[in-house]
Design a protein around this ligand. Structure first.
Ligand code: UN1
Length: 497
């Protein structure tokens, strides 16, 4: 029997008011239904926002270190449940168990990190230009936040958003991806268990048009944090601009790895495999373009292809499997259509390119690791985000050409270079236009204590993760306090002292 999942509003677990539901299924085996999920609409959203609004004053006045202590307890519970949450992530999202456990670990890291922010959250004291007067800046919470999260990191990304929002004193309505609602529910249960007061965090399940958009548009929502597609993000950005809402979006990537002729070849091959096929290519940080120097091209391609051919595909709960399924039939169709587009545009399908349906995999949405060669930089497969196990290899003859091609896309999330020449890596570090640059490492593996996000069409607004310079810049606004204790009228810019 699939579990009956509920919304969480004002500390109560409730069905959607209209009583409609949808199912969450295992993408590795679509016969397995993980839960029956409330298909919420604007009425449920309204209840959740009202609860968040009502809880805001008292939560914002709770001392930040106390708010941080709730997150500390969340982290402790996540540690205890890591295995169970990892297995659930694997069943609901499909990524292999080692990566699913990594997803939970990233959530743990963030919960501990933001718990500590409860004892920092500092502003500055700055000298006044006048005597007997002082000045300081303090961070204050923004208000009620709508947080809309993707399915590809069903544990980590919700905590990336929830932990900084809550420690900063905001209240939240959380609308998780419709593909991974059971994972989201387990997380909210943990916040409840950790002692978060009713109304501070509310969970509304459902789909973008019926639940997500009314949430973003709601007059009582002060800020929106969205991770997902560019199309949706850009649509929400317009709404938030019109309504003067705090906003951040983290959207697409088309991340390159440059492999120079002086690279450590084995290391570069390993990094390229991990970047291209880790998480079945379903990371916004996935490496979908390999920009390879002419002199090392054949050796690289041989080794890379050989290893990609041996990647084991299947249900991620089996630790022998290295690559799991594509999240949904819609994504699966999209990835296969890009494989057609690549061939129509004249690239050579060098490996893979087909659905993988052996044995039990016939019940899931699996695609083989797929490699395109003879790719030119302007082809659609080299420009557009595919979000699947498809990588394009582009041949170059020097570093300047490699960097130009790396930057010649609308995105700028992550970029990497493999080279043992310190001068070349320093130039790449300077010139790669991306929010994250990796030297002799793959495009994936960002750590939560540093800001995460990118340039150009990859996102807008403050960065995710990190502390100051990152998420806290979204979840707090500055208030500047001037205090005059001279007992007389002093005029800035005019009084001679
Ligand atoms: C994402 O793909 O949306 O660096 C996030 C990484 C992970 C986060 C990825 N730590 O790949």
């Amino acid at each position: 029997m699939p579990e009956t999942i509920k919304n969480y509003i004002n500390g109560e677990w409730v069905n959607a008011v209209q009583g409609n539901t949808f199912e969450s299924r295992n993408p590795a085996d679509n016969r397995e239904i993980l839960g029956t999920i409330p298909d919420s609409d604007h009425v449920d959203v309204d209840h959740a926002v009202n609860a968040a609004r009502a809880a805001f004053r008292s939560w914002s006045l709770t001392p930040a270190p106390k708010r941080g202590e709730v997150l500390y307890r969340v982290a402790e519970i996540l540690v205890k449940r890591k295995q169970a949450l990892g297995e659930l992530c694997c069943r609901e999202m499909g990524k292999v168990i080692a990566e699913s456990l990594g997803d939970v670990q990233e959530a743990i890291d963030m919960a501990y990190f933001m718990a500590g922010e409860g004892r920092r959250l500092q502003g500055e004291t700055i000298p006044s230009e006048l005597p007997l007067k002082d000045a300081k800046s303090i961070r204050v919470p923004v208000g009620v936040f709508a947080q809309i999260t993707p399915w590809n990191f069903p544990t980590a990304i919700p905590i990336w958003k929830l932990a900084p929002a809550l420690v900063a004193g905001n209240t939240v309505v959380f609308k998780p991806a419709e593909e991974t609602p059971v994972c989201a529910t387990r997380l909210v249960e943990i916040f409840e268990e950790a002692g978060l007061p009713p109304g501070v965090l509310n969970l509304v399940h459902g789909f973008g048009e019926k639940a997500g958009e009314p949430l973003v548009r709601h007059a009582d929502v002060d800020g929106v944090s969205f991770t997902g597609s560019n199309a949706v993000g850009e649509h929400l950005a317009v709404i938030c601009a019109e309504q003067h809402k705090a906003f951040m979006m983290e959207t697409g990537g088309k991340n390159p790895i440059i492999i120079m002729d002086d690279a450590n070849l084995d290391l570069a091959v390993e990094g390229a495999l991990w970047g291209a096929f880790g998480t079945t290519g379903q990371r916004c940080t996935a490496a979908s373009r390999l920009i390879v120097h002419d002199n090392i091209y054949d050796a690289f391609l041989d080794s890379f292809t050989e290893k990609a051919r041996h990647i084991t595909i299947g249900n991620g709960l089996n630790p022998a499997h290295q690559m799991g399924p594509i999240i949904s039939k819609a994504q699966y169709d999209k990835v296969l259509s890009y494989i057609d587009i690549g061939q129509q545009d004249g690239a050579t399908l060098h490996l893979g390119g087909k659905a993988y349906t052996k044995g039990e995999c016939a019940h899931g949405t699996f695609i083989e690791p797929s490699i395109f060669t003879d790719v030119t930089p302007k082809m659609r497969i080299a420009q557009e985000e595919i979000f699947g196990p498809v990588v394009s290899i582009i041949r170059v003859s020097d570093l300047a050409e490699a960097i130009d091609i790396a930057n010649d896309i609308r995105y700028g999330l992550s970029a990497a270079i493999y080279s043992q020449d310190v001068n070349k890596t320093a130039i790449a570090e300077r010139d790669l236009d991306a929010g994250l640059v990796y030297i002799n490492a793959s495009t994936i593996g960002a750590e939560i204590q540093l800001p995460f996000g990118g340039t150009k069409h990859t996102g807008a607004g403050p960065r995710e993760a990190g502390g100051r310079g990152g998420a806290l810049d979204l979840y707090t606004k500055w208030k500047i306090i001037y205090r005059d204790f001279s007992g007389k009228l002093q005029k800035a810019q005019m009084d001679e002292t």
